[in-house]
Write a new protein. Structure first.
Length: 202
């Protein structure tokens, strides 16, 4: 098991400090006030990670601010608004892990699509311990973007290993295909996948 475990009621909340621009007054020669030029506006979208994948249109839906609007929200809150991830959000609520994930610092979530959850046995979804284990197997510490998805293994919070591979916007994790990747939320990077990554049987 990893050295740190996400547990409800024992999660550190990370605050995001805002940056404010300081204004400086300059006086011109001869007592004339110098004309000050307003600083150029910083483009948020330019600095935001670029998403990839053919399934991104389905993830963002047709309402709201789309994928860009998720950047300021904690992960479960953000994904709950996606029409393609309602089953994932429901599973997190059922397991009692909403606050745990929404307050977790810097994680990566491999969120199965609605169609992927349909393949999971109902008995597993109804068993709290099994469902929690499944969800923990979909979460990795730190933000894992395309640079980390090219090859290798990622350790989940459940302690199992997920093999990643791919390039140029086409990646797999644990044998699942990433439908829409590199979605940025307030505290997590999210990759939507086409199957639920069940933990190995013990």
């Amino acid at each position: 098991m990893k050295g740190y475990v996400l547990a409800a009621g024992a999660v550190m909340v990370m605050g995001v400090a805002g940056c404010g621009g300081a204004t400086q007054d300059a006086a011109g020669k001869g007592g004339k006030a110098a004309t000050s030029q307003a600083p150029a506006a910083v483009s948020v979208s330019a600095a935001a990670p670029q998403t990839f994948g053919s399934g991104c249109a389905a993830v963002q839906g047709s309402a709201g601010a789309g994928l860009a609007g998720m950047a300021a929200q904690p992960v479960v809150t953000a994904l709950a608004d996606s029409p393609e991830l309602t089953s994932f959000a429901s599973a997190v609520r059922k397991a009692g892990m909403v606050d745990t994930l929404d307050t977790a610092p810097e994680i990566t979530v491999f969120a199965p699509s609605n169609a992927a959850w349909a393949a999971v046995k109902k008995s597993d979804l109804d068993d709290g311990m099994i469902l929690t284990g499944i969800l923990m197997n979909l979460i990795v510490e730190g933000r894992q973007g395309p640079a980390e998805l090219g090859s290798g293994d990622l350790e989940t919070l459940r302690g199992s290993s997920l093999k990643v591979a791919g390039s140029d916007g086409a990646y797999t994790v644990g044998g699942a295909r990433i439908l829409c990747g590199n979605i940025s939320t307030g505290n997590a990077t999210v990759h939507v996948i086409d199957k639920v990554l069940l933990p190995p049987e013990e």
